[in-house]
Design a protein around this ligand. Structure first.
Ligand code: SAM
Length: 257
């Protein structure tokens, strides 16, 4: 329920605190910012959350029941303010989209945009994507998983907070359909190289490009808000696209009993 995500802010009579859903863990890929929203924004959340919102704590979803049809499914992790995900959902009505983001203002904005356009092919989690992947997304349900401009965590000592790690790739691999696509983009070359290393180590995917590790930006991916900011600063952009193969075997610890 939306009321579980929101509490009155002690410091202001007309403001409320809103927080994303996540389970306790030692390392997170995001910083929790105390999200304050006004009474007006709260009202918008209250009316739109029942239409677009999905809760981590409701467990496994059935995409066919959720959208009332059997359509290709796209999952985007960390959609930021939501503009590019909104654009994609609008321009590909034959596909269904689920976005995951921990930043409440972005979730609110995406729901507002979707509502204005009366989109029926979009749902959102305001939660940690690691938990959503684990608890909510059924195996072999996703056609395309999008991760655009994840926080680069530049400093060496913070690299462990990058979302792209072998454990993350091992979590998402089973969620993709056979031959499903994992599409990443970054404007930080050392992170692009790190992504390549992780994908190589994790296994279970083929780079869709034979001649270069990087892909040209496909037509379906709009330029994102974060990317625009980087462009102004003269940053390059690296798209990486991998197709799931069946060579990945999860090694489980042995039970010696
Ligand atoms: C640098 S921003 C990029 C936003 C957007 N993709 C764009 O290109 O404009 C990275 C986003 O990922 C979100 N994020 C980081 N870790 C996340 C996680 N574990 N689950 C959900 N969202 C996450 C952050 O809140 C942030 O909005």
């Amino acid at each position: 329920m939306f009321s579980d995500l929101i509490t009155p802010d002690e410091s202001g009579s007309d403001t409320f605190l809103i927080k994303p859903e996540f389970k306790p863990k030692s390392i997170r890929s995001f910083v929790i910012r105390a999200g304050k929203i006004t009474a007006g924004q709260k009202k918008a959340f209250e009316t739109l959350w029942p239409i677009y919102g999905l809760s981590l704590f409701k467990g496994r979803i059935d995409p066919h029941t959720l959208f009332g049809r059997n359509a290709p499914l796209v999952l985007e992790i960390g959609f930021g303010m939501g503009d590019s995900l909104f654009q994609m959902a609008k321009q590909e009505p034959e596909k269904d989209f689920i976005g995951i983001e921990v930043h409440p203002p972005g979730v609110g904005r995406l729901m507002n945009l979707a509502h204005q356009e009366k989109l029926t092919n979009l749902r959102v989690y305001m939660a940690d994507a690691m938990d959503v992947l684990e608890d909510c997304i059924p195996d072999e349900s996703i056609d395309r998983l999008q991760l655009y401009f994840p926080d680069p965590w530049h400093k060496k000592k913070h690299n462990k907070r990058r979302i792209v790690q072998t454990v993350f790739v091992h979590k998402l691999h089973p969620k993709l359909k056979p031959s499903g696509i994992f599409h990443m983009a970054t404007d930080w070359q050392p992170y692009a190289e790190y992504m390549l290393e992780v994908m190589d180590l994790a296994g279970g995917f083929d780079n869709i490009q034979a001649s270069s590790p990087y892909s040209p930006r496909p037509d379906y991916r709009p330029i994102t808000k974060f990317e625009k900011r980087g462009e102004k600063l003269g940053h390059g952009v690296w798209d990486l696209m991998f197709k799931k193969n069946n060579s990945f075997v999860m090694v489980r610890p042995h039970n010696n009993d």
